[in-house]
Design a protein around this ligand. Structure first.
Ligand SMILES: Cc1cc2nc3c(=O)[nH]c(=O)nc-3n(C[C@H](O)[C@H](O)[C@H](O)COP(=O)(O)OP(=O)(O)OC[C@H]3O[C@@H](n4cnc5c(N)ncnc54)[C@H](O)[C@@H]3O)c2cc1C
Length: 438
């Protein structure tokens, strides 16, 4: 006879007396990015007590720590395909003047990262989610395929957190990997992952006098030929921000980086800062409108597009994305293209879905093999390298976070493992909370 989840977690506790401070929560969310915040809100609103652990002193994940912007598309055929908590967060940021609506930006929604930080924090506080900032999950104990405890590290030392169900929202599948769930990295043929980018912002730009994108890219190519620019990226990519005269640049590129290696991460930070200085100098020297522009901010950390992906009960493929496939266990939808920045250097592969199409994400992509009381949402869900290039965008990550939090609360309430819950009941709960699944 199988023991209940609660009892099995208690058994694990016995073996871990060395970490003196034990913290208990029904649901543990590791990671406070778009995914983790949505998961925490959803789990809490479905009646569970929830603790969220975040490495940084603020929330938002890549949206704030790597200054990623904008929200890529969450619509198909002009109609939203993702709503729920995403909609709520966008509306809260808009109320503070923190967004530029997609109509003005070809389908993407620009937001102010500072508005994002405030809104996410206020939402978690209002919902009554327990928050541990400046805290990193560093160890996981799993026995008999059950995650018994997570060890976290912070300035106070180490603590062990015991939870009935954990949602891994670390972006890197840290918890799944630490617990021994199967994961993969990068391209199937060579393991190479998408390149990394340090985002930066410039201000003091006279936008009226800026030349076209085509002309700026011509000037960029000439600067490369002269040896003034040493950057494998094929073009200059920038977006408007919520403020006039300020632009957001997603244009540095470092290839051959494994975002789970501290040595690679260090190398990437050094090289991308060098590229940033070079780009700023190029723009100021050669591009009209930038004469008095200045570097306003670089992101606190390099932006990581791809690291681990879990192997779940289903692995989504490029065909699933491009053919807009539907699944009976749909828990979120996406409409973003296949978008692979060349893992080896120059070039970006874009493959669009048919006009107006969207695809389903099955619940099984959030359910890792091997470990029972764990769900993985956001960037590392179970996909191929190519499908990941579509599912990795923030609105989709957030939608899978909402689904994982809801499923975690359901499983805990029923004292079941997440892989055992009734999918129709989960879908019904999600729909009741404004999630679009049809
Ligand atoms: C350069 C770049 C450009 C991009 N452009 C876009 C774009 O234009 N539009 C778009 O929608 N998406 C874009 N993306 C993709 C998107 O930003 C990410 O895929 C998305 O943010 C992933 O969300 P997440 O919540 O799963 O992970 P993250 O946003 O990475 O959040 C993970 C959180 O977990 C925390 N964490 C990690 N490990 C631990 C641990 N062990 N313990 C405790 N906390 C931990 C981190 O500090 C972080 O706060 C881009 C990504 C990059 C890097």
């Amino acid at each position: 006879m199988s023991t209940s989840v609660e009892n099995r977690v208690e058994v694990q506790t016995e073996t871990r007396k060395n970490y003196q401070e034990i913290i208990k929560s029904t649901i543990l969310i590791v990671g406070g990015g778009p995914t983790g915040v949505a998961a925490a809100l959803a789990a809490r609103r479905n009646g569970a007590d929830v603790l969220l652990v975040e490495h940084y002193g603020f929330l938002g994940g890549a949206a704030t720590a790597a200054m990623v912007n904008p929200f890529m598309q969450y619509r198909a055929d002009g109609k939203p395909i993702i709503a729920g908590i995403l909609k709520e967060i966008i509306e809260a940021m808009a109320a503070e003047g923190g967004v530029v609506w997609p109509e003005a930006q070809g389908g993407a929604l620009i937001f102010d990262p500072e508005a994002m930080k405030m809104v996410l924090l206020e939402k978690l506080q209002a919902a009554g989610v327990g928050i541990m900032l400046h805290t990193t999950a560093v160890e996981a104990f799993a026995n008999d395929d059950v995650l018994g405890g997570i060890v976290v590290h912070n300035k106070s030392g180490r603590q062990t957190i015991l939870a009935q169900v954990t949602v891994d929202a670390t972006g890197d599948a840290d918890v799944a990997w630490l617990a021994g769930a199967p994961t993969e990295k990068g391209r199937e043929e060579d393991g190479l992952m998408q390149p990394v980018t340090l985002n930066f912002r410039m201000a003091g730009i006279d936008e009226e006098r800026m030349p076209s994108r085509k002309e700026i890219n011509r000037l960029y190519d000439l600067a490369k030929e002269r040896g003034e620019i040493n950057n494998p990226r094929e073009n200059v990519l920038w977006f408007k921000t919520t403020r006039p005269g300020e632009l957001h640049f997603n244009t540095t590129r470092v290839a051959g980086i494994d975002g789970t290696s501290f040595m690679d991460l260090t190398r990437a930070e050094l090289e991308s800062r060098r590229q940033t200085k070079e780009m700023v100098a190029f723009l100021r020297r050669h591009v009209a409108g930038f004469e008095n522009a200045y570097l306003l901010a670089t992101a606190p950390q390099i932006g990581i597009r791809e690291t681990r992906r879990i192997t779940g009960e289903y692995i989504m493929t490029e065909e699933d994305v491009l053919e807009g496939r539907q699944f009976p266990d749909v828990i979120a939808q996406g409409s973003y293209c296949i978008d692979i920045h060349n893992p080896a250097g120059t070039g970006t592969v874009i493959k669009e879905l048919p006009p107006g199409a969207h695809y389903d994400i099955p619940y099984r992509c959030l359910v890792p093999l091997k470990i029972d009381n764990l769900l993985v949402a956001g960037r590392p869900i179970s996909t191929t390298h190519a499908a990941h290039s579509s599912t990795r965008i923030m609105p989709i990550c957030l939608a899978t976070g909402q689904a994982a939090g809801t499923a975690a609360a359901m499983a805990a309430h029923l004292n079941k493992m997440p892989r055992e819950i009734n999918i129709a009941a989960l879908q019904q709960l999600l729909r009741q909370q404004g999630v679009l699944l049809d």
